[in-house]
Write a protein that binds this ligand. Structure first.
Ligand code: PLP
Length: 508
């Protein structure tokens, strides 16, 4: 075993990992990367099929990002936001506010709140903690100090691992153990068409959203929850959601129109809207065909014509805007620095900001912050990443990649162990089942997703499953040939691992 792998085994405790399994085999030790390719200590190369856990946008070792970081390093790496402003953080805040406002214009209703302030932090969880605390305190200050702000989030929600973010989450496997540490939040049905009890359609070899037969019962559930809260005399303080697609919940996409309807309902009941775009932000959900109802989307996706792309002043960068939803809080992290550094941002409105203004001795200050708030290196990377995203080359590459991915994923429908293939822009989840005709799931203990991903790794393609859902989320620079290899490896891995119907005991 390589020396570094030995050291890892000796001392490093990995996130979300059963370390007994981890210690059974030599870990892949990554030493370098370029574009969508990662390289290990033995010189083996792998495709980064989940963008290093959904963070990377433009590929590894990108010359423009590297140059921006070197320029910033030549000046200073970090100075504190406690007491001081700095150049890249000021510039980045301006850019984020512009982008988050510009794109919701025209798409939204008259009540559009506009972002004007950015609170920086370090990762997705902390961005959500900030939104949570601000929404809580804003509600107490506007409804009165006796009010008991309560939050509504979606079934299966994942908003991070800090205690506040975990309280908003509803994944028992991750969250149950910490029940005693958490505050109570309500959950409401998320629109998981593939396994929806209200969907009367039989399974077909197509994304379940396209064939669903229902009466939008999931929207009715949100309405009912809000009405019940109102009856209790305690409207929700905020409705918290991932727009267009829930990530860690299992790559669960929303049918077109769902988000707009439920956010209108929640807002109608006085709730603030908290959009967690930690995964969906910065173009991940595509350049913006989502205003069309799914039925109107072309079956065989055309790649947008050159002229169409060239003429587009600002394509959709944030998923909420695809549905014309203007939230009060926007949490950003993973892709904010192009996947280079841990940095996060929580955008909010002037109204929220103003509620924290007062004379010093009124103590209305937002008493919250982190040592690395507004980190200069991170902000410099963020600025460079936004520059790249705005470039015509990036828009074109993303449009092409979305089409490539859609085309390649079609091949998976021929596998009987593939139940659902769901793609939103440049993110996709493939749900593995025992039998596609019955949607019979694998038991978690069978580790179907893990085993398939291990078989993919042996073929040089790296990703992680969520239960029985395999995630494909390629960096934006991924070539057509690389997409083909990613999906091809998944295809072969499913056949190898599940095709022979290996008994559980033999599979270990
Ligand atoms: C990853 C993720 C988080 C947590 O972000 P961290 O940077 O891991 O703390 C929160 N929300 C969503 C939607 C995420 O995908």
């Amino acid at each position: 075993m390589h020396k570094l792998a030995q050291l890892d085994h000796a001392h490093v405790w990995h996130p979300f990992t059963q370390m007994r399994d981890w210690l059974r085999r030599e870990p892949i030790v990554i030493t370098s990367g370029r574009g969508a390719v990662l390289r290990d200590v033995h010189g083996r190369e792998y495709l980064d099929a989940n963008s290093s856990i959904w963070t990377n946008l433009h590929g590894h070792n990108h010359p423009k990002l590297n140059a921006a970081l070197k320029r910033q390093l030549g000046k200073i790496a970090h100075s504190s936001a406690l007491g001081f402003a700095n150049e890249p953080a000021s510039l980045l805040a301006e850019k984020l506010v512009q982008l988050a406002n510009a794109e919701s214009r025209g798409a939204s209703s008259a009540v559009t709140p506009h972002f004007s302030k950015v609170f920086f932090s370090d990762d997705g969880s902390t961005a959500m903690e900030v939104a949570l605390k601000l929404a809580y305190e804003f509600t107490r200050r506007t409804r009165g100090p006796k009010s008991k702000p309560r939050f509504l989030s979606l079934t299966g929600a994942y908003h991070g691992d800090t205690v506040g973010a975990v309280s908003l989450g509803h994944i028992d496997l991750f969250h149950k153990a910490y029940g005693g540490l958490l505050f109570k939040t309500d959950q409401v049905m998320s629109p998981y068409c593939y396994r929806c009890p209200f969907n009367r359609a039989k399974p077909e070899r197509t994304d379940a959203r396209e064939t669903r037969k229902c009466n939008w019962e999931c929207v009715g559930k949100v309405e009912a929850k809000c009405a019940t809260a109102r009856k209790r005399g305690n409207d929700y303080a905020a409705f918290v959601f991932e727009p267009l697609m829930q990530g860690a919940a299992g790559m669960i996409p929303q049918p077109a129109g769902w988000l707009k309807r439920v956010t209108d309902i929640a807002r109608g009941h006085g709730a603030l809207l908290v959009a967690d775009e930690v995964m969906t932000g910065f173009g991940r959900t595509g350049i913006g065909d989502y205003r069309l109802p799914i039925a109107d989307l072309p079956r065989v996706p055309r790649s947008p014509r050159q002229s169409e792309i060239g003429n587009r002043k600002s394509e959709i960068l944030f998923a909420s805007h695809a549905e014309g939803v203007a939230p009060d809080f926007l949490a950003l992290a993973k892709g904010l620095t192009g996947g280079y550094l841990p940095m996060a941002a929580t955008l909010t409105t002037q109204a929220v900001f103003d509620a924290f203004l007062g004379e010093y001795e009124q103590f209305k200050t937002f008493f919250h912050g982190h040592s690395f708030t507004g980190n200069q290196l991170g902000a410099a990377a963020g600025l460079a990443s936004l520059d790249l995203l705005a470039g015509a080359a990036s828009v074109k590459a993303r449009a092409r990649l979305e089409g490539d991915l859609r085309r390649e994923l079609k091949s998976l429908w021929s596998l009987p162990n593939v139940g659902d293939v769901r793609q939103v822009g440049l993110a996709a989840g493939v749900e593995l089942v025992r039998n596609w005709r019955t949607r019979e799931p694998f038991a978690l203990a069978e580790r179907a997703g893990i085993r398939v991903c291990e078989a993919m790794a042996r073929r040089g393609v790296l990703t992680r499953p969520i239960g029985s859902v395999v995630v494909l989320m390629p960096p934006y620079c991924t070539t057509a040939a690389q997409v083909r290899r990613m999906v091809g490896a998944l295809h072969e891995a499913v056949e190898e691992v599940l095709g022979a119907r290996t008994p559980m005991s033999a599979a270990r």
